[in-house]
Design a binder for this molecule. Structure first.
Ligand SMILES: [Ca+2]
Ligand SMILES: [Ca+2]
Length: 146
């Protein structure tokens, strides 16, 4: 005579999240948190880049003034120069560090060589106005556009 409360609480919560994420987020990536970097060739002509890279193929022949002129960057607007800066700043730290300078040419042209130790130092010294050992966006703009 027990009021057997057989309310078996077999509430096995099988919460199988069948949430098929078929988000169609191809278009309108403008507000996507993943930083979609601009391509260099949307700023500079591929031919000019190739020409500039070829001109300094021999180790220790890199001259930033000549390079920026040949690839057309010195004729670009400060905003475009900033876009290029962001491409070279691969880890998005807001600065171009020595490690990134090494691959400077490769950012422009994948088949390019790495810069030599000597070239890295002279490029860094040429741009680094505040001597903090890295190139900020202002320093980069000044170097390219002056
Ligand atoms: Ca960086
Ligand atoms: Ca600096």
């Amino acid at each position: 005579m027990g009021h057997t409360h057989t309310l078996s609480l077999s509430h096995t919560h099988t919460h199988t999240h069948t949430h098929t994420h078929t988000h169609t987020e191809e278009k309108n990536n403008a507000f996507s948190p993943t930083v979609v970097k601009m391509s260099l060739t949307s700023i500079l002509s591929a031919d000019a880049i190739e020409n500039a890279v070829k001109d300094c193929q021999a180790p220790d022949s890199f001259c930033y003034k000549k390079f920026f002129q040949l690839c057309g960057l010195s004729q670009k607007s400060p905003q475009e120069v900033k876009d290029v800066f962001c491409i070279i700043d691969e880890d998005n730290s807001g600065f171009i560090e020595e490690a990134e300078l090494k691959f400077f040419l490769q950012r422009f042209f994948p088949g390019a060589r790495t810069l030599t130790e000597k070239e890295i130092k002279s490029l860094l010294t040429a741009a680094d106005d505040d001597s903090d050992g890295r190139i900020g966006v202002d320093e980069f703009q000044t170097m390219v556009l002056s």
